[in-house]
Design a protein around this ligand. Structure first.
Ligand SMILES: *Cc1c(COP(=O)(O)O)cnc(C)c1O
Length: 347
């Protein structure tokens, strides 16, 4: 099988951890692993003096946790809705009854940052929720510009970096981001099941809300002081995360990984040009390539790849629009072969 979805093909050494006996979680050894993972994660995202919470749960669980514990303490949120993930922030605010400014951005379009600033000046939200990369379309947003607007108006910035952590340059310190979210099945390239929250030092001692028992921040932080989790962690995934973080550190950190992701994206986009597939994102992220094919009626490409080659790519929200992730292991030759095979099934 070849996987160009999330998390893509994973290093066999990491996968092998899942086949071995694993340690009991209520031990010093597990606490040690957790604490070490926290430190490496904070270094990778440049969050000096910050904290993490690692949850057993997918990325949306962590998004929900942020709204329950933090966003509900605010008076008004603004959400960038440029696709299905941005829309999820909006739905979460509505679900928890947080007044929210719904700032919509067209499919694969960048934000009009001047218009955004005018909206912020008029609406005066106190918390800003966005994605770094709207994974449903491939569009990357400009965190430098967003962060400047947030600083100017004194707004707390929360960013879903689920699909850009380790795939795009990112520094919480530089952009003054209060909370970032990622999960294991994207840039970390290990199986799905854990999500990670990063908290800036700014939020130390914050009076969190208590609107969700399982995700409660205070409960999690107090357990984490001992390197523990309040409930049973997905132990194997925590071990895979730890091993992957040590590997990333040994291989040269985030910059090296980002360079690999970028190389694969640029390589695949050469074939998009060759076969005439448009990449609609105004500013495409390197994390994935979203491209438009002529396969608009029957998903022939998706089915053909799966049935003939045991290969998976992601269908998108529009007919004939597909996405290929660049966060899993993939060689130049494999990407060339993938493009040839997509072309084979294109009507
Ligand atoms: C993958 C992803 C998520 C989380 O989805 P889950 O299925 O809950 O892991 C959220 N936001 C973005 C931008 C994503 O790419």
């Amino acid at each position: 099988m070849r996987s160009y979805v999330f998390p893509g093909d994973i290093d066999p050494a990491i996968m092998a951890i899942g086949a071995k006996p694993f340690l009991y979680m209520r031990t010093d050894a597990f606490s040690q692993i957790n604490k070490e993972s926290e430190q490496i994660l904070l270094d990778l995202i440049h969050c000096t003096g910050g904290r993490t919470i690692i949850y057993t749960g997918s990325g949306t669980g962590a998004m929900s946790a942020v709204v329950e514990n933090y966003v509900t303490t605010k008076k008004k949120a603004i959400v960038i809705d440029g696709g299905s993930f941005g829309h999820r922030w909006f739905q979460l605010c509505e679900y928890y009854g947080v007044p929210v400014v719904h700032y919509e951005v067209g499919f694969a379009k960048d934000i009009d940052y001047e218009d955004l600033e005018r909206t912020v000046a008029a609406e005066r939200p106190d918390v800003f929720l966005c994605q770094h990369h709207e994974t449903s379309t491939g569009q990357l947003f400009d965190l430098g510009k967003i962060s400047a607007i947030c600083r100017k108006f004194g707004i707390s910035l929360v960013v879903d970096v689920i699909s850009t952590f380790l795939a795009e340059p990112l520094s919480m310190d530089e952009y003054g981001i209060d909370i970032c979210i990622t999960s294991t099945q994207k840039g970390l390239n290990i199986p799905p099941g854990l999500s990670i929250l990063f908290f800036s030092k700014n939020l130390e001692g914050y009076a969190w809300n208590h609107k969700g028992y399982y995700w409660d921040f205070d409960d999690n932080f107090s357990n984490l002081r001992r390197g523990q989790t309040p409930f049973s962690p997905a132990t194997i995934l925590y071990l895979q995360l730890h091993a992957r973080l040590l590997q990333l550190k040994a291989e040269g950190g985030e910059d090296k990984n980002i360079a690999h992701v970028r190389h694969r994206a640029l390589k695949f986009r050469e074939y998009c040009r060759k076969y005439g597939w448009d990449v609609p994102a105004e500013v495409p992220s390197y994390a994935i390539t979203g491209f438009q094919t002529r396969d608009t009626a029957e998903r022939k490409i998706f089915k053909g790849l799966m049935e003939k080659y045991d290969t998976y790519i992601m269908p998108g929200g529009k007919p004939g629009f597909y996405r290929v992730s660049h966060m899993g292991l993939q060689t130049d030759r494999e990407l060339e072969e993938l493009a040839e095979r997509i072309h084979e099934f294109e009507p």
